[in-house]
Design a protein. Structure first.
Length: 141
């Protein structure tokens, strides 16, 4: 006996024209909210109060982030905002060691070799000569 495997199970059925049930519910909820607000306040205040709700309903119904519904993004943001955060690194000031407290006079100073003007000229000349010797392979050494 051969069974038929369902295909396209991730695609929701279109129930209300081009809308799925979930999209229709979001839009109907926003429209109902706008009607209820309009019943209690004037037209201009209704626009300012219901515009963000209608925008949220449109985003929930049609907007996708990385091919995922907007409701999953809101859910993840909600859980992130309410969950505890784990901070692994906290800055602690460095403690000074006893060696750092010693006066500078007791420290051994290392003298760096000083190059005189003549020594610098000799080094520069030898580098120039070696560079010119090795850059022209046709000349004799």
């Amino acid at each position: 006996m051969q069974f038929q495997v369902p295909q396209f199970i991730e695609v929701e059925d279109k129930i209300f024209g081009p809308l799925t049930f979930r999209q229709f519910a979001y839009l109907a909820g926003a429209a109902g909210f706008a009607v209820v607000v309009h019943a209690f306040v004037s037209w201009t205040i209704t626009i300012f109060i219901s515009a963000p709700v209608i925008a949220l309903a449109l985003a929930l119904a049609f907007y996708k982030v990385n091919s995922r519904p907007f409701i999953t993004v809101l859910e993840a943001a909600f859980y992130y905002a309410l969950s505890k955060k784990l901070y692994l690194w906290k800055h602690e000031p460095k403690k000074l060691s006893k060696q750092a407290d010693l006066p500078i006079g007791n420290a051994v100073s290392l003298a760096a070799p000083r190059l005189s003007q003549n020594k610098l000229k000799d080094i520069a000349w030898s580098l120039d000569i070696q560079e010119s010797i090795y850059s022209r392979p046709n000349q004799q050494k």
